[in-house]
Design a protein around this ligand. Structure first.
Ligand SMILES: Nc1ncnc2c1ncn2[C@@H]1O[C@H](COP(=O)(O)OP(=O)(O)O)[C@@H](O)[C@H]1O
Ligand SMILES: [Mg+2]
Length: 231
């Protein structure tokens, strides 16, 4: 049975989109069948995979009931990785769905029919704890939390952990945290060792062993993360 992982942190610039894309590519390079769900109205991953806008329906259509999730999916790369296309109109969903009864479970219901096709479904989320992120948490089995290794490590973390706890106590009892992924690690900075120690002290065994450096070439680091998650 496949695994659905939401990449979540309401802080912008933490490395969510970077983690979702590089990890999806690393897993698909390991012959895993991967679906990347681009649930951030601002990220527009279609460009990264040279997909013309309008090729298929987008997640904005899916979340607002105009299409199925399957109709938003297209091939992302030659390795067979697939992507459910995002759209800036997703921002409207947070408002239009506000009074809808099943508003937090729309993605989960759509994914129920598709999950079995994939080894991994990775969901990139917006930098907020709004309705789109709630949908990701309700649809997911696990959460990876990227943390930027700087003085803002703990910003917003208490609310995020409370939200994950709330979702696991209500709408999605199977939800668990895979781990905290430390990103943007610059070993040249003196503050880095202190920040890493603080993260370790606070989150202990929940900190993933793989560390993502501050670097232009992240492929090997995400290969290492893929191997850690596959173990
Ligand atoms: N490990 C890293 N090293 C260098 N640059 C990074 C790293 N991770 C992310 N970035 C850059 O930082 C910016 C924010 O990252 P992104 O993944 O978009 O964050 P988020 O999705 O959490 O807002 C992007 O320009 C991205 O290219
Ligand atoms: Mg992003």
């Amino acid at each position: 049975m496949g695994k659905t992982i939401a990449i979540v942190n309401q802080k912008g610039g933490a490395g969510k989109t970077t983690t979702a894309t590089f990890l999806a590519e690393a897993l698909s390079g390991n012959k895993k069948k991967v679906l990347l769900v681009d649930l951030d109205p601002l990220s527009c991953l279609a460009k990264r995979y040279s997909i013309e806008p309008g090729t298929t329906h987008s997640l904005a259509d899916c979340m607002e009931g105009r299409s199925s999730l399957e109709q938003c999916i297209c091939q992302a790369n030659s390795e067979g990785m697939e992507i459910a296309l995002g759209h800036h109109n997703l921002i409207g969903f947070e408002i239009t769905a506000m009074h809808q009864e099943d508003r937090e479970s729309i993605l989960a219901k759509q994914m129920n029919e598709l999950k079995a096709k994939y080894d991994f479904v990775l969901i990139d989320t917006p930098s907020s704890l709004g309705l789109l992120t709630m949908n990701a948490l309700v649809a997911a089995d696990e959460v990876v939390i990227p943390i930027k290794c700087d003085y803002t490590i703990f910003d917003g973390m208490a609310e995020l952990l409370r939200t994950i706890d709330d979702v696991s106590n209500s709408l999605n009892s199977k939800l668990r945290i895979t781990g905290f992924l430390v990103t943007h690690v610059n070993s040249q900075l003196r503050s880095t060792a202190i920040n890493l120690k603080e993260i370790q002290t606070c989150y202990g065994d929940s900190v993933l062993h793989t560390i993502i450096p501050d670097s232009e070439d992240l492929r090997d680091s995400f290969q290492q993360l893929a191997a850690e998650l596959l173990n």
